[in-house]
Design a protein around this ligand. Structure first.
Ligand code: ADP
Ligand code: ADP
Ligand code: SF4
Ligand code: SF4
Length: 595
């Protein structure tokens, strides 16, 4: 075994902790400097050769900034990159194949973006040698005997060109200026800009400035810019965030076309239905988020996703999670009694500029989670704002007049210079963070306890998302309105957030309305569905809530896709359009829950 010590530079706050890690280290007490303060880095450094791995510093650090991990010795030879002294370590790399799409799945913080940056040539891997980073010759030699050797040789010699669609599209307006059309034309090396504007439904907004675009529009623009480039390697970091189901299917098909053109394509994605549909092969990255990540050999997409959900990798004989993520073949039938009704809403209409929303009347029940499904621009947010009374309906009335609610907006601000703790206290109830039930049901499972001291403007997209969700749930109210909670969250986090919402709603006899485009996630979050249809941007209809099975059928019929079930994991998988099952299921009207 070899010991690695990682200190998370974002979590370590030496000025606030009395240097507990150094004070209590038994090695230091006996005169050997296993850990010492480094003036240059302005934080402690752990000398891995001297550290005996007792873990006392891990327990003493008030900010959970230290990881001490023992890993098999042979793995050290396969270290690809280390971010500085006591930094995160990545072992092995995904092995892309020409003409095939390699999907990458793994928790946030295990090095997926790092792997993409290395494959793109933007980050020169140091093979773990922080002090004496190797030159490319040596790096290429290291990959001898694998497909990565010719890959990097060609990349370094300029014979292979790689482009990357970055993860955080919300940062795009800070990096580029101009209108959608101007930006895409500048990037267009393949003469396909206008085709892409049409395919990605950006034509109507081609004169809009980047700074005025929504998240979904920025995502499609970022994908278009990437695809316009004349490259050999296309790397997509979370391409489906903020996109609706129609758009997810559209980009999935466009990305698949790249593989047909014999390009090398790698996709990091957390929407399992999309990942499954896009990829030919899957590499799993597992490890301890923030400390280290290990990349597995590519495997078939079905097997790869199933192993990931099972939490066990037979080839590596490695358990990567204590629990399995399982799906229900049939939804839990919930029946409501009249006394379960928490509130009802009337027929409501609202005109906003040239858009009109018509909402059918409906009722919400104690302990119910209602999912909202529909394309972007169809009025889901407008509906939530009408419920809340944030917008006054033209017809009908806002039902939550006297009922208190808590709201998580779709777009979350990130420039607040306050701590996570202050933010949660401000947005939620002041006492939430001293309530042991809330701590064990929400704060700990979402990993917020590790973030309480961090500043909001320093958080990553995924961290910001869980903080906003926790702040929303920190209010003890009867109604939760949660708009797109899963953007930037990994599969585990989606699962844990779903569970936290469910527990809060049940314990407080409340109801939650959740807008989300990840269809499979509705399987474990929703009891019923409000399906939206109409013409995005022009007219939207919100139907009354339907049970999960009827709602899924209604919605998927609109989209025109069917799901079959994986025999092993019961996981829903998108059928190929026109396949036997697709035709059969459409003919009997069973789009999701088969049997
Ligand atoms: P993922 O894409 O799986 O969420 P990343 O590759 O973004 O993971 O990051 C993996 C780990 O590396 C994280 O813990 C992150 O804090 C750390 N990290 C990322 N970039 C840097 C950097 N430039 N310097 C130091 N640490 C970094
Ligand atoms: P969704 O949440 O389903 O994506 P929204 O409810 O946000 O949809 O928006 C529905 C439509 O209403 C969009 O076309 C949007 O541009 C338009 N819209 C929203 N707010 C306003 C407003 N204040 N003025 C004019 N149009 C608006
Ligand atoms: Fe303080 Fe923890 Fe950083 Fe050590 S690792 S200096 S205890 S915050
Ligand atoms: Fe010291 Fe133990 Fe921490 Fe190593 S693990 S630095 S020996 S306290």
């Amino acid at each position: 075994m070899v010991r690695i010590a990682v200190i998370d530079r974002d979590l370590c706050k030496p000025r606030k902790c009395n240097l507990e890690c150094i004070r209590f280290c038994p090695m230091v007490r006996s005169g050997r400097k296993a850990i010492e303060f480094n003036e240059e880095l302005r934080r402690p450094v752990i000398h891995e050769m001297l550290c005996m791995g007792c873990g006392i510093c891990v327990k003493k650090c008030p900010f959970n900034a230290i990881y001490i991990v023992n890993l098999p010795e042979e793995l050290e030879e396969e270290c690809i990159h280390r971010y500085g002294i006591n930094g995160f370590k990545l072992y092995r790399l995904p092995i892309p194949k020409r003409g095939k799409i390699l999907g990458i799945i793994g928790q946030n913080g295990v090095g997926k973006s790092t792997a993409l940056k290395i494959l793109s040539g933007r980050l020169k891997p140091n093979l773990g040698r922080v002090d004496e980073p190797p030159e490319w010759d040596e790096i290429i030699r290291r990959f001898r005997g694998t497909e990565l050797q010719p890959y990097f040789k060609a990349l370094v010699n300029g014979k292979l060109r790689a482009v990357i669609k970055p993860q955080y599209v919300d940062l795009l307006p800070k990096k580029i200026r101009g209108t959608v059309e101007q930006v895409i034309l500048i990037a267009d090396e393949r003469g396909i800009a206008h085709e892409l504007l049409k395919d990605l439904e950006l034509e109507d907004i081609k004169d809009r400035r980047i700074s005025h675009l929504s998240g979904g529009e920025l995502q499609r623009l970022a994908i278009a810019i990437t695809m316009c480039r004349d490259a050999d390697v296309y790397l997509f970091d979370e391409p489906s965030s903020f996109l609706d189901v129609y758009q997810r299917m559209k980009i999935a098909k466009l990305i698949r076309n790249l593989a047909l053109e014999d390009k090398i394509v790698v996709v990091v994605e957390h929407d399992l239905a999309v990942l499954d549909y896009i990829s030919d092969l899957v590499s799993i990255i597992y490890g301890t988020p923030g400390a280290y990540g290990i990349v597995t050999e590519p495997r078939g997409v079905r097997v790869g996703i199933n192993e990931y959900l099972d939490g066990y990798l037979p080839q590596e004989n490695m358990r990567i999670r204590e629990y399995r993520i399982v799906f229900d073949l049939r939804p839990l039938e919930r029946s409501w009694k009249p006394e379960d009704i928490l509130f009802t809403w009337p027929k409501m209409t609202k005109r906003l500029g040239s858009f009109k929303l018509i909402a059918e009347p409906g009722e919400a029940h104690v302990g119910e989670v209602i999912g909202l499904l529909g394309p972007n621009g169809i009025g889901k947010t407008t509906f939530i704002r009408l419920l809340a009374g944030d917008l006054e309906p033209d017809e009908g009335y806002s039902p939550l007049g006297k009922i208190e609610y808590s709201y998580k907006p779709q777009y979350i601000a990130s420039d607040l210079d306050i701590s996570v703790e202050e933010f949660i206290k401000e947005k939620g109830d002041k006492s939430a963070l001293s309530n042991s039930w809330f701590l064990s049901e929400v704060i700990k499972p979402l990993g917020i306890d590790r973030l309480l001291d961090r500043r909001i403007n320093e958080l990553s997209g995924g961290e910001l998302q869980v903080v906003y969700i926790a702040a929303c749930l920190a209010k003890d109210v009867k109604v939760y309105l949660i708009d797109e909670p899963f953007a930037y969250l990994d599969v585990e986090q989606r699962f844990r957030v779903s569970r936290a919402i469910r527990h809060v709603v049940e314990a407080r006899a409340a109801v939650a309305f959740v807008v989300e485009h990840d269809i499979i996630a509705h399987d474990f979050i929703a009891d019923s569905l409000i399906v939206f249809n109409g013409k995005p941007g022009i007219e939207g209809y919100a139907l009354a809530p339907l049970d999960l099975k009827s709602g899924m059928n209604k919605f998927l019929k609109q989209v025109g896709i069917t799901f079959r079930r994986d025999l092993h994991s019961k996981r829903p998988r998108i059928n190929k359009e026109g396949s036997y099952l697709d035709r059969l299921q459409k003919s009997i009207g069973e789009y999701y829950y088969v049997g």
